[in-house]
Ligand binder design. Sequence first.
Ligand code: ZN
Length: 201
Amino acid sequence: MVKKKPVDSEEALLDEPTGLQEDEEYESTVRPPEPYDEHGKLATFSLMRIQEDERQFRWGFGKNNNIYFQVQFEIQGGEYDLRRISGLLGTTPSTFRKGTASDDFLHACGANLTPHTNRQYKDAIEATFGPFEATLDWELYCPNEPRPNNPDKTGLTVLRGYNKFPMAQDGHTRKHEVECPECGEFLTGKAIIRRFIIPRD
Ligand SMILES: [Zn+2]
């Protein structure tokens, strides 16, 4: 049996570091952009991919060894100017459409190319910033929930879609800070890209 480590006295714990450490800046929680305009129609946002340091362009390999990208976008202009949105761009074609989120991003930016290898995707995405247009949505991610396909790992989207968030007191917008429906922890909803808009010529 593993012996439990004795709990430090509260007095000793008071001097332990917590919160933000040096070199980190406080960021307040921000309300994600409302995805609908005042007429109840899905709003279109102009965005750019941003890459000021390597944390804003991460990549890895998912199912079938297909490359994916974790990127950052920034809203250009309007009420939510410079608001940042994280994005995940995969390269696995869907079963019902010949295209991937990475292709959508490239084509939304006006690039007329279709990469065929992981390296071609990496080179193309890394060189492409936009601007481009997209519609947004909200989702709620809980770091505590086990993943169904990998129960050793945690982190799951527990609410998907603006209309699944509870109504705010004003009766027409939605609350963005809500309890996780699974574990009850208070979480902050975030904006995601719902659909890239591909320009037609
Ligand atoms: Zn939870």
